[in-house]
Design a protein around this ligand. Sequence first.
Ligand code: NAP
Length: 327
Amino acid sequence: MEKVLVTRRISDNALAFIQKSGYETTIYTEIKNIAQNDLIKMCEGHVGLLSVGPNKIDEHFLSSCKHLKGIALMSVGYDKVDLDAANSYGVPISNTPDVLSEATADTAFLLMLAVARKAFFMHKTIARGEWQFFNPMQYLGQELHGKTLGVLGLGRIGLELAKKAKAAYHMNIVYHNRNRNEQAERQLGAKYLTFDELLAQSDVLSVHVNLTNETKGLFDKNAFGKMKPNAIFINTARGAIHHEEDLLAALQHGTIWGAGLDVTNPEPMDKNNPLLDMENVCVLPHIGSATEETREKMAMMAAQNIVAALRGEQMPQVINPEVYESL
Ligand code: NAP
């Protein structure tokens, strides 16, 4: 029986789907990052890989695993994948778009509101026994009603956040992509801006672009310097898109007002990181899509994709469809 390697325990339904489709599963159950050479060894004797977690799928990996008929990622982001190498080795790769957009947008919304009202810091002050008498001038946050939400990367997740912000707080939506999102312009009155205009006009700036060479380190001293002093910076996309020391300096010097991060660089974040002690900062441990419902859907989508690849069918969520032209 052909075998699929699954690099973390995922939902029973998804595993059962693979098994009922006629494939054996090997599940790596340890919760730690797998060194690439270990993953290469684990892939021996397997024809499919269901990759959960930040496994690097590059030239070295693909040239060592030529027997793989397909790789299904259980994530929408594919910044760890070298698509040119995948094409040259004829390996189709799939991701899990759409099913996680609502949950991830909720995480961005949660961070936006939690930062605006200093919620995580307030929680910590109570735990430290520092809740004192009422002081009308203390712990003041910011209101979101009627403010401007800037979305960098108004795609699937960015659009869901924009809808929520518009519905909850009548926020004005501005955005920057490489291409205009006409659906969002029609539906939400979203206004297209250049990147610099987006920096200058956003009260909340939420990042939803993919991590690429173009977006890596995009939020540095220069970018933070162009933002408003009351601005809240939210990143639920990838930690490498912001420069952490520059973000810390921007917060310390009042260049911007606050920050909410679901993604950091590196991950996990060090427990002594000074950002964790700041009043206007909220950090989450990369839980963007972490709801029972969404993880179930992501696991099932990844399972359906790997089964399709092993049957010689096109993976429904293939990210390199051009690979089929050369097969
Ligand atoms: P998507 O639908 O592809 O949206 C990405 C948007 O970014 C698109 O609108 C794209 O528009 C824009 N974009 C890409 N490169 C750009 C650039 N250089 N400059 C300006 N705009 C650019 O992707 P999605 O499904 O919303 O996911 C977005 C990202 O969220 C993923 O790549 C992943 O890294 C992250 N994510 C994180 C979590 C989490 O747990 N925190 C969960 C899910 C996803 P144009 O092509 O027109 O530029």
